[in-house]
Design a protein around this ligand. Structure first.
Ligand SMILES: C[S@@+](CC[C@H](N)C(=O)[O-])C[C@H]1O[C@@H](n2cnc3c(N)ncnc32)[C@H](O)[C@@H]1O
Ligand SMILES: *[C@@H]1O[C@H](CO)[C@@H](O)[C@H](O)[C@H]1NC(C)=O
Length: 274
């Protein structure tokens, strides 16, 4: 009986995937760690064990393509200006217009209600999540950046709460509070600690079973995919941490899967297997 159910499920799954492949004319290329390097594969050709998550991802990419012609919201444009005035050295950390749109589309397609973000900076991505209907808790160690973020996100459609401190400590504090779980974890801060953040959130039960994890900059200026790049300093440490994070989460772990969207500096999209 159990086996009958399994093969029935497998049949439904492959029928759905075939239907989806036939209907979606578009082929999005994603990167997946394979062996010691990466391979680029069309999203719909990967044998996902959680196809409903893969289909939502494809839907979000399609939505973002349609949204690309839309101008950026006035609030986001003024946030870019305010950031450039107050933190000119940090302007490069602001997400691209396209990234902001993609974050909103992901939020909508995955029906995200609650976001935990590591790395607020001046609140650009937090604003995008909140505009897409999610309540956001965002962690930032710089109090001056956090205060601009608070001001900038006050008018967003949903609430944004910015907590100031070292996120390595704050995630544990959050883990000890009786909070509802988060549907999306956005990692956008100290890259060498991504594994720590994800493991801590999971071990404290902070994430919903179907939570989406987005980790930014996982290709780190292309260095992560460059096999001949070795460095003993800070950059080398970041690159080694990211390589290990990508392989573990996207290749080796029996309970997570996902892919890297190659745009900008690489965005890893990770979810749990069913
Ligand atoms: C790339 S920026 C975040 C960009 C932001 N998500 C946005 O939409 O503009 C990274 C931020 O993470 C913060 N950060 C880095 N390490 C941190 C840590 N351990 N705890 C808290 N914040 C940290 C930095 O101060 C910086 O503002
Ligand atoms: C890869 O890294 C090597 C060593 O640092 C460097 O010389 C080379 O230009 C890099 N390749 C690319 C494509 O960035």
């Amino acid at each position: 009986m159990l086996c009958g159910t399994c093969s029935f499920r497998a049949l439904v799954r492959s029928l759905l995937l075939a239907l989806w492949a036939a209907l979606s004319g578009l082929t999005f290329l994603v990167l997946r760690p394979e062996g010691d390097g990466f391979v680029a594969r069309p999203l719909r050709d990967v044998a996902w064990s959680n196809p409903s998550m893969a289909m939502r991802l494809a839907g979000a990419l399609l939505d973002a393509q349609r949204m690309a012609a839309e101008p950026e919201k006035a609030e986001l444009l003024s946030l870019r200006t305010a950031t450039a005035e107050q933190f000119p050295g940090g302007v490069h950390m602001l997400p691209s217009r396209r990234r902001g749109q993609l974050l909103q589309c992901l939020c909508r397609r995955f029906e995200v209600r609650r976001v935990l973000e590591v790395g607020t900076f001046t609140g650009f991505s937090a604003f995008c999540f909140a505009e897409a209907g999610a309540k956001v808790i965002s962690l930032e160690r710089s109090s001056s950046q956090a205060s601009l973020a608070r001001a900038a996100t006050r008018t967003a459609a949903c609430s944004v709460e910015v907590c100031v401190g070292d996120a390595r400590h704050l995630v544990r504090t959050l883990g000890e509070e009786p909070l509802p779980t988060f549907d999306l974890l956005h990692l956008d801060a100290d890259m060498k600690n991504y594994q720590y953040y994800l493991d801590t959130c999971r071990s404290y039960g902070l994430l919903s079973p179907n939570a989406l994890v987005l980790a930014d900059n996982v290709l780190f200026r292309g260095l992560v995919a460059n096999a001949s790049f070795e460095d003993r300093g800070r950059v080398g440490r970041i690159v080694r941490s990211l390589r290990s994070f990508n392989r573990k989460m996207l290749r080796d772990s029996p309970d997570t899967e996902g892919a890297i969207l190659p745009e900008d500096d690489g965005l890893a999209v990770i979810w749990t297997r069913p």
